[in-house]
Unconditional design. Structure first.
Length: 93
């Protein structure tokens, strides 16, 4: 979603979203930028595309497996992305 915003591409462009998902380097993303409200809203619109979701889940899995490991958060990190993680923390409010 962030890449689409940066390149002024429509969020409903599946092909552009798939290309952006394939090209993204998760290690180079800026958490502060990704936490912006506009990026979160855009991500919700792009995440509905099954192909984009599959690409990004695989990238997240690879990121988590790469030493030294990672701490990930999100709604489906413990159930979809890393269901076999050695340690999982759940926070309820």
């Amino acid at each position: 979603a962030y890449a689409l915003i940066q390149h002024a591409l429509p969020l409903d462009n599946v092909s552009a979203a798939e290309t952006a998902a394939r090209q993204v380097d998760l290690a180079k993303l800026d958490r502060a930028v990704l936490s912006a409200h506009a990026v979160g809203e855009a991500a919700s619109k792009v995440a509905v595309f099954p192909t984009v979701r599959r690409i990004l889940v695989e990238k997240q899995r690879d990121f988590a497996r790469t030493p030294p490991g990672a701490v990930l958060d999100g709604r489906d990190i413990g159930t979809v992305v890393c269901p076999d993680a050695d340690i999982k923390l759940y926070v309820t409010a």
